[in-house]
Design a protein around this ligand. Structure first.
Ligand code: HEM
Length: 90
């Protein structure tokens, strides 16, 4: 069914490293994406994309390919929105 988007704090994002059984998440302009399904398809390779895991990927992304449309490509992988630490119930 349709699932609501999650509210994700910076500390939660930091744990989504793609390691130890966790998915790899990365944020872009305040939105959080699961980049795990895209890893095998990334033209720049998995290792490069994994540098953005557990953190904001905008700087790395824009340094390499500002012409690529993150939101179009990973729209289906949107997990939720970043919220300040204190707003999380967790
Ligand atoms: C290439 C998508 C993140 C490093 C590409 C290309 C696409 C793409 C479509 C081919 C671009 C072209 O040929 O014009 C994405 C998406 C990302 C992402 C959707 C969202 C998470 C990153 C990050 C890094 C990175 C975070 C670096 C830390 C590279 C490199 C290439 C590349 C080095 C060049 C590969 C080559 O031409 O040999 N990426 N990328 N990408 N990407 Fe990404």
């Amino acid at each position: 069914g349709v699932k609501g988007f999650q509210r994700v704090t910076p500390s939660q994002l930091k744990k989504m490293t793609g390691r130890k059984g966790k998915p790899a998440w990365s944020s872009w302009q305040g939105k959080v994406y699961n980049i795990t399904p895209y890893l095998p398809f990334h033209p720049g390779g998995e290792a490069e994309l994994m540098k953005a895991a557990g953190r904001d990927g905008a700087k790395l992304f824009m340094d390499v390919h500002p012409w690529v449309n993150w939101e179009n490509m990973l729209g289906a992988c949107l997990v939720g929105v970043l919220v300040p630490e204190e707003e999380s119930p967790l």
